[in-house]
Design a protein around this ligand. Structure first.
Ligand SMILES: [Zn+2]
Length: 341
């Protein structure tokens, strides 16, 4: 009986040393020291012994039980430490690895073009004036000398709201009246940048939304010579100091006289190439002297004040400058396109 106990003791100690994980250890505990474990079963056999042998056996079994319990605790903390160690090792951070590069953004090509334009007009004393994208029919058309049935409205179909008088602006010119009413009777020198909207077929050349930069100068003795000088200086700052400009008669309801400005092609230097369609000239903007009716609607007496206005398209300028052949690229959010600028 005692021999059996000693054998059990040795076997159990060996099994304990061989246990290589806390899960195995749990099973060992249940089988050995648990409520139905081998030590307990051994205790129950005491009754089979002689009276004289019982105390010695009882004492020994208690010692064995305590020793196994202590050995178990020691092995348990040993295995736990080992498992923690390997866990730390497997999830360790290698501080010698190079860092992940953060993707760096950039300004949209139209934002860059707008900033070039702001800088040039800013140097000439023009301030940026913001006006709303959602406009009334009055500011977008009527006060700019487009009466309700004027044929020029045909060229600028907009997006309408449920309120018949509220539309998305078709041009930044809508802000002209707002700027004049804000400043009058002081002189005005502003540029009005922003998004415009037209209900148009989307093609490589036209889109339902695009940016425009409007310019407006109102004051005493402002003449066509000021318009030509300002816009020629602008073209030279933007496209190169040896650019020539020419003005062709045109028509806008809110200017009189009106003119389109061309600049000598900066790609072929005026010799003729596919971009300028072999003419040597590129059409850049529309302009003119502010119509007396518009001046009056803005709060200025056209007998005393004169002014000039112009409008240009940053998309068109960017397309010419970078050789972009599809206006839809600007708003397609294609990184392959955007990352080139
Ligand atoms: Zn050319």
């Amino acid at each position: 009986m005692l021999e059996q106990l000693e054998q059990l003791y040795t076997d159990s100690l060996n099994a304990l040393q061989e246990a290589d994980g806390t899960a195995v250890l749990d099973t060992w505990y249940k089988d050995t020291l648990g409520r139905k474990g081998s030590i307990y079963l051994m205790t129950r056999q005491v009754g089979q012994l002689n009276k004289e042998e019982r105390p010695a056996f009882g004492q020994r079994i208690n010692v064995v039980k305590n020793e196994l319990e202590a050995a178990y605790q020691a092995r348990l903390s040993e295995l736990k430490a080992k498992e923690l160690e390997s866990q730390i090792a497997s999830s360790a951070i290698d501080v010698t690895l190079p860092g992940r590069p953060l993707p760096q953004g950039r300004l949209h090509v139209i934002t860059q073009t707008l900033r070039d334009i702001y800088r040039i007009f800013g140097d000439m004393g023009f301030q940026i004036y913001r006006s709303p994208d959602v406009e009334t029919d009055a500011f977008n058309f009527e006060l700019l000398n487009f009466p309700p049935h004027h044929p020029a409205r045909e060229m600028q179909d907009s997006f309408y709201t449920e309120n018949p008088d509220v539309i998305l602006r078709t041009h930044t010119s809508a802000g002209q009246i707002r700027a004049m009413r804000d400043y009058h009777p002081e002189p005005v020198r502003v540029i009005l940048p922003g998004m415009c909207y037209r209900n148009e077929q989307i093609t490589t050349r036209s889109s339902i939304q695009f940016t425009q930069v409007e310019g407006l100068a109102v004051g005493h003795n402002i003449s066509m010579a000021d318009l030509k000088g300002t816009l020629t200086e602008f073209a030279r700052r933007l496209f190169g100091s040896n650019r020539q400009t020419r003005f062709r008669a045109s028509y806008f309801p809110f200017t009189e006289p009106s003119a389109e400005m061309d600049v000598t092609c900066f790609l072929c230097d005026g010799k003729g190439c596919p971009v300028c369609k072999q003419t040597g000239w590129l059409e850049i903007l529309g302009s003119g002297m502010v119509h007396p009716t518009v001046l009056r609607n803005g709060g200025y007496d056209p007998e005393i004040y004169t002014g000039f206005a112009f409008g240009l398209g940053p998309e068109r300028i960017a397309m010419l400058k970078y050789g972009i052949d599809d206006i839809r690229q600007f708003w397609a959010n294609d990184l392959r396109f955007l990352q080139q600028f």
